[in-house]
Design a protein around this ligand. Structure first.
Ligand code: PMP
Length: 416
């Protein structure tokens, strides 16, 4: 197999719409565009198969139930899980992390410790903060340099009280990958729960949770060409079986009486209420679509784009890159000392180039790095060399304009 970004891009109808023909979409770390097969699967579900699941009294309900359980098996294969029972559908990575925080922390005693990193997305920080406050748990952080976690020093914060380690597999703000082998070695002999936030990694790499050795892995389908409204939690079967559910409601019970209920088995115990059924149908199509691609060639293409981005941005005087090209999940994060990132983003938007600006829901990381906001360009496999050319040329033009205007910016320095 081989990979052509141009051919790949043709499968994404958004880019073929007249108003999007000139679009350079570099906001993929926020969400990716969707291929036609995913859009069609969602539409087909509503056209031909819409019914609620796990109620077998009619044909459509049985079909919807079979579809959900088939996609669960597909996801188990996609993540390298040992069994579909280890796969829980949530509405997104955020809900998955809240589920784990609530369920895992119910097993902890006051004074127990949870290890996180400075580079966490707020979704892998705030739920643990909430648990720590209500259950008197202690949060500890992997040592960092300017916000970048030094995972090779994780031993310094592991103690006899450490019960949970929950860290990102790759930063959504700066793009760096976490060395998972190193973490595996540091954590595998310890009696603790190891959670990985794989939201960014899953878009760029093949996932094998068994080889990684983590206990739990969380991601959102919309970051890897799938629909919004569907997230995945992998959990080791023996651990999930012993944990209490988080949300209560229909579908997650075996029987209910007025004062108490008996819960369903795995994985339904963790799936209260009606799931995002159409999104699950779209996810099934997405996994099938990714299975037909040469993932290694896709990753090489993305890596070449990231290298080129960094090389060319480095050549622009004064522009500072907070990201590095090595071990990078497709992200260039930059600032310019004489302008607010938002001004540059508006300039790019005026040229139909979509990027993201702000703290990228990783405020502690940016604060530790000494910044309030960066401009983030993030690539997907449908991005081309021409996209990088257009982006870099527009940044160069903006900087030249700044020089011409002697660097005046509409925003106060504090917000730059
Ligand atoms: N973790 C990381 C690393 C992310 O990049 C994101 C999305 N930006 C999330 C968690 C949360 O994902 P979602 O908003 O889809 O729940």
């Amino acid at each position: 197999m081989s990979f052509s970004a141009e051919h790949f891009k043709q499968q994404f109808p958004l880019f073929a719409q007249p108003e999007n023909r000139a679009l350079v979409y570099l906001d993929n770390a926020a969400t990716t565009q969707k291929p036609a097969c995913v859009i069609e699967a969602i539409s087909n579900f509503y056209l031909h198969a819409n019914a609620n699941t796990h109620r077998s009294s009619h044909r459509l309900a049985r079909r919807a139930t079979e579809m959900v359980e088939q996609v669960r098996r597909d996801v188990a294969g996609f993540l390298g899980a040992a069994s579909p029972k280890e796969i829980i559908f949530t509405r997104g990575a955020t809900e998955g992390l809240n589920l784990l925080a609530n369920s895992l922390c119910s097993q902890l005693r006051p004074g127990d410790e949870i290890v996180l990193s400075t580079a966490e997305h707020h979704a892998n920080l705030v739920p643990w903060q909430m648990m720590a406050a209500s259950r008197d748990l202690r949060l500890r952080f992997v040592p960092d340099v300017a916000g970048v976690p030094q995972f090779d020093r994780i031993d310094e914060v592991l103690s006899a009280r450490t019960r949970i380690v929950s860290v990102t597999a790759g930063s959504n703000a700066l793009g760096f990958r976490t060395d998972l082998d190193l973490l595996h070695k540091a954590l595998s002999e310890r009696d603790l729960f190891w959670v990985l936030d794989g939201s960014q990694l899953a878009a760029h790499d093949l996932i094998d949770v068994q080889a990684m050795g983590c206990d739990f892995f969380v991601c959102s389908a919309h970051k890897f060409y799938g629909p919004t409204g569907i997230g995945l939690v992998f959990g080791r079967e023996d651990l999930l079986a012993a944990l209490p559910p988080w949300q209560g409601g229909g579908e997650m019970i075996a029987s209910v009486d007025l004062l108490a209920s008996e819960y369903a088995g795995l994985p339904h115990k963790f799936e209260a209420g009606t799931s995002s059924l159409a999104s699950i149908a779209g996810l099934g199509a997405c996994i099938d679509f990714l299975g037909r691609q040469d993932r290694a060639a896709m990753a090489r293409h993305e890596q070449a784009l990231v290298q080129e981005l960094h090389q060319r941005l480095h050549a622009i005087p004064e522009l500072t890159l907070l990201s590095t090209a090595e071990n990078n999940l497709g992200i260039a994060s930059l600032i310019h000392p004489r302008c607010a990132a938002i001004d540059l983003a508006h300039w790019l938007d005026g040229r139909d180039i979509a990027v993201r600006v702000g703290h990228h829901c990783a405020q502690p990381l940016l604060q530790a790095a000494g910044h309030v906001a960066t401009l983030r360009a993030s690539v997907a496999a449908y991005n081309t060399r021409q996209d990088i050319d257009r982006f870099v040329a527009a940044v160069e033009e903006f900087v030249a304009q700044l020089d011409a205007d002697e660097g005046t910016s509409s925003l106060p320095v504090a917000e730059r």
